[in-house]
Design a protein around this ligand. Structure first.
Ligand code: ZN
Ligand code: ZN
Length: 238
């Protein structure tokens, strides 16, 4: 470690990206052990939609499968948890440290599970929202993954375009489905390309489904999905 980094670590001790408690060693932003446990790493999920605890395939996917083939989800999303707080600080508060920590966990977790693809495509943000926020969190996650694991595929942020956007979080589940239905389009054809679609949170799956259909209509051979967080169905019902 460079001496300047040692001095900086002494002056500004590294803190957990979740609870802000002081960490006992320097390094890139990350979560402490307690917060990592609270983040709820997903194991044994439905292979197709990532629903936690429904391995190998949930009932919903067995009866009405989404257009994507597989979903890789890092963490289980629940309101009020460390993850919800961290994502809110990242997206709406512009906290770059928590963003770096989340991107790193996503990249390492996904690289260990996902396959190799021709393209890694982030779900686009509407232009007006991108202007307001200054970054697209899905693009940051996708880029972090391709940097951590180049074999994951080529970072391709220009493939999809979002034609009109409403704030999904403010809409009910039905309206969310309608809203996402005609929102995305592929800007160019992706003949016979395998695609890993990346987003921050998968809730109803409507956004991922809409992006996936646009990619398949443009020639993609297969689309899998990788997300930082998955909202379990039982959580959505409450
Ligand atoms: Zn912590
Ligand atoms: Zn499923």
């Amino acid at each position: 470690m460079r001496i300047v980094d040692v001095l900086l670590a002494l002056l500004y001790p590294p803190t957990c990206a979740g609870c802000r408690r002081e960490l006992n060693r320097a390094g890139p932003p990350r979560f402490c052990g307690t917060c990592l446990r609270d983040l709820g790493c997903i194991r044994d999920a439905c292979l197709q939609c990532g629903e936690p605890g429904a391995e190998p395939r949930c009932n919903r996917c067995a009866s009405r499968p989404p257009p994507f083939r597989r979903t890789f989800a890092c963490f289980s999303y629940r309101a009020g948890g460390v993850l919800a707080d961290a994502i809110a600080r990242w997206k709406y508060g512009g906290d770059p440290e928590v963003g770096v920590a989340l991107e790193r966990h996503f990249a390492e977790h996904t690289a260990a599970r996902a396959l190799c693809y021709d393209l890694v495509v982030p779900v686009p943000l509407h232009t007006s929202k991108l202007r307001g926020r200054g970054f697209n969190q899905a693009a940051l996650l996708a880029r972090a993954l391709t940097r951590c694991a180049p074999c994951a595929g080529q970072f391709a942020p220009q493939v999809l375009v979002r034609s009109r956007g409403q704030v999904q979080a403010r809409l009910g589940r039905r309206a969310r489905g309608r809203n996402a239905a005609d929102t995305f389009a592929a800007r160019k054809s992706v003949p016979e390309r395998s695609v890993l679609l990346v987003d921050d949170i998968l809730t109803s799956g409507a956004t991922a489904g809409s992006c996936c259909r646009a990619l398949l209509a443009s020639g993609a051979s297969v689309v899998d999905v990788a997300v930082l967080a998955r909202t379990p169905r039982r959580e959505r019902l409450t």
